[in-house]
Design a binder for this molecule. Structure first.
Ligand code: ATP
Length: 429
């Protein structure tokens, strides 16, 4: 596109079906549309109004029919690209839309025909899965559907803190800057950022989440017809591949979108061949997707946790609460200390149960950890229960037997059962 610069202001003219790819620097960046229409990952930018984008954000402003964009600030990089896979993505959306209409119009009580598309987005890391998921949800919401967003990616977490799997209905196009509203979210806490820590637990939580959604769909034809869009992890080899198959199966996916990998596409096509009601579709990865190394991923995990407690630009203040050790019970799932061999019947081998819930002593080792607040009514139900939210342990006073933690809302916690994992965070002040 044509570019004109004056001071920190820069105008870029975008031709139809092209995008302006931006990496924000360490300073926030302001952007507005001065002419035409443009969207960020499926969510339209209102005309004329300046929006501020936080440091380090990477995104693209795309236009279907042409637009002029104005930027105020210094970027890390910004360039125009006219080769994008957006037409193929919107074509997928059009097919999904037709299926939603079909499901909505279905008069039979047959659960199959009144079920809208269940889309699962798969592919290696940095193939643009989260981005495509966002677009499909936003385009659907723009047309008045309320699709369910399911996030199985424990490594990054688009709905809530990393280490969780979650689902939430999407009623409006997703804001390019703000996080999702959490009040309707159904969240399960796995507690680690890689599924290999406890594969059985990961699968169990995926099963729980799917079952609850299935029940909700039964009583809600509107969300049933809108269907769901499921984002997955970038781990596609070995156990990761098996977990993808497990998710496809558990959520009864009807459309599998494979981003940017021929091998995964042909493997999935092969195994799903026998299922006539599953479409496996190959899509190109966008050249705009920014690869993230380990350090960047760690940083982005930390900022997700910070965002949960403090808001995107530290506009929220979490509540600090102090409880006595007796008022709370902390548990860990799986991997707890095993019974000593001497305590077992002669000849038996100690086996660890990945779903065993074991109490955890409250002491210094919980300092800086992120704990989930379980809805379970008793410890035995922790694995099968969703969580209301998270607390962050800021102080453990062994003398007074008191624990201090941050919570996003005031008052007593909805439950005294907390779940620990391996997720911790060092608050940077
Ligand atoms: P992971 O498997 O690690 O979760 P992913 O496959 O979900 O990764 P995304 O999160 O969608 O990948 O994309 C990686 C990064 O690239 C994100 O910061 C995203 O905003 C950015 N990005 C995606 N598409 C574009 C684009 N067209 N232009 C600029 N940036 C983009």
């Amino acid at each position: 596109g044509a570019v004109s610069v004056s001071g920190n202001l820069k105008q870029v003219k975008l031709e139809r079906e092209s995008e302006l790819r931006i990496e924000v620097s360490d300073e926030p960046l302001r952007i507005r549309v001065v002419n035409g229409t443009a969207e960020i990952f499926g969510s339209e930018l209102p005309p004329e109004i300046w929006r501020t984008f936080p440091p380090r954000l990477k995104f693209a402003v795309f236009t279907w029919y042409g637009a002029t964009i104005e930027m105020d600030g210094v970027t890390e990089t910004d360039y125009t690209a006219d080769e994008t896979p957006m037409v193929s993505y919107i074509n997928v959306h059009a097919i999904l839309d037709a299926r939603r209409h079909f499901a909505k119009a279905s008069t039979s009580s047959d659960p199959e025909s009144s079920q809208g598309p269940r889309v699962i987005v798969v592919g290696p890391t940095d193939s643009g899965k989260s981005t495509l998921t966002r677009m499909l949800l936003s385009w659907a919401a723009k047309q008045g559907w309320k699709p369910t967003f399911v996030d199985l990616d424990i490594g990054q977490g688009s709905i809530t803190v990393p280490g969780s799997i979650a689902a939430t209905p999407i009623e409006m196009p997703l804001d390019p800057v703000e996080g999702l509203p959490l009040d309707m979210a159904l969240v399960y806490y796995y507690g680690h950022i890689t599924p290999s820590k406890n594969v059985e637990l990961y699968k169990t939580l995926v099963n729980e989440l799917a079952q609850v959604l299935e029940r909700q769909f039964t009583g809600n034809p509107e969300s049933r017809a809108a269907g769901m869009v499921i984002n997955t992890m970038g781990w596609i080899e070995g156990t990761g591949y098996k977990l993808l198959l497990h998710a496809i199966d558990t959520f009864k996916a009807s459309v599998v979108l494979v981003l940017g990998q021929e091998k995964l596409f042909s493997m999935l096509k092969d195994v799903l061949r026998s299922k006539s009601n599953v479409d496996v579709v190959k899509l190109h990865k966008s050249g705009g997707v920014v690869a993230r190394d380990r350090e960047v991923r760690e940083k982005s995990r930390d900022s997700r946790i910070q965002e949960y407690f403090y808001g995107l630009s530290k506009e929220l203040s979490p509540y600090a609460n102090t409880s006595s050790f007796n008022d709370l019970q902390v548990f860990r799932i799986g991997g707890g200390p095993q019974a000593p061999k001497s305590a077992l019947p002669i000849g038996s081998v100690p086996v660890s149960n990945p779903l065993r819930v074991t109490p955890v002593n409250i002491d210094d080792h919980l300092l800086h950890s992120v704990l989930a607040v379980s809805y379970a009514e008793e410890p035995d139900l922790i694995v099968s229960s969703n969580v209301s939210g998270f607390v962050y342990v800021t102080e453990v006073d062994m003398l007074r037997k008191k624990i201090t933690y941050l919570a996003p809302s005031p008052g007593t916690l909805p439950s005294k059962f907390l779940v620990a994992g391996s997720l911790s965070w060092l608050e940077s002040r």
